[in-house]
Design a protein around this ligand. Sequence first.
Ligand code: UT7
Length: 328
Amino acid sequence: MASVIIAGVGAYAPERILTNDDLAKMVDTSDEWIRTRSGIRERHIAAPDQACSDLALIAAQRALADAKVSASEVDLLIIATATPDYPLPSTACVVQHKLGVPPHATAFDIAAACSGFVYALEIAYGQLLTGRYKCALIIGSEKLSSITDWSDRTTCVLFGDGAGAAVLKKSDQDGIGIIGSDLGADGELAEYLYTPAGGSRCPASPKTVEEKGHFLRMKGKEIFKNAVRVMETVAREMVEQHHLSLDQINLVIPHQANVRIVEALAGNLGLPMDRFYVNIDRYGNTSSASIPLALDEARKAGKIKPGDYTLLVAFGAGFTYGSTLIRW
Ligand code: UT7
């Protein structure tokens, strides 16, 4: 039986770092509040002339180099983002051209917010297995600073910019690569995290700008509870489906939204915190980029070895969620 492997990973975070103390000069907050309530110390912020595709491009180049694959070999390009360069065309088309992926490739964006990377993994995994495609490049890239209300202390302290990418290929070796993938969505919770204006329901106008309708609105407490609940469920279901025990998972890479969410998840699953990769302290919540940014760091830090099981678990606006089980 053929499998689909992650042949390479790459990530990029913009140069500029915004610390909690910097934020305390902008809104009524403190380093102490942000650290203790979220685990965040600092986040990266893209330059004004950097858009989603610029961050994606660097992460993609790094992933291709890691996989020793050239852009000309890519025939499927998927970008998961909530902050595309334009409402249309897709950011995937912009990156296809900038990266030199041939025009015969399929290129499109997906909207699954913070679960976007695991959604893209599932799509690429399925498409590669059909034999229709040979080499997929998937990217999570976000310039969340462009949809953040920098006068709202309840949201602006949480988010950051960044990008992460992975190259996926089919392999003849059985039992490695993506072992399982499962996704879900509960649209009843859609307004827990959303940008009210700028879409077809409420097109951009002077009034929407005045009302700050183009920025993120969030019900933090409700998201917190649902995040812990769905991540526990998908993690348990994934290991059970594959006849494993949670104890056999060498590393869990959760969406990085709040370290307290990860701690609650670890407690509910009965796993020690050192089994979870956490880098939210240095990046904040980078939405679809958070899991590939963490995956890239974890691999570079030697935390993933051949034969290891890694479980990715995500949740995000929508309310979307999902998990991917990988064996290296
Ligand atoms: O990718 C998905 C994205 N979103 C999430 O994952 C969000 C999930 N939720 C969370 O991470 C947490 O709910 C937050 C970090 C957003 C908030 O933490 P919390 O422990 O739920 O705090 P809270 O909302 O209950 O606020 C506690 C207090 C409030 O004051 P009062 O009403 O008790 O007087 C807030 O006004 O903290 C206040 N507060 C702040 N104080 C200082 C809220 N934001 C800030 C701030 N600095 N930045």
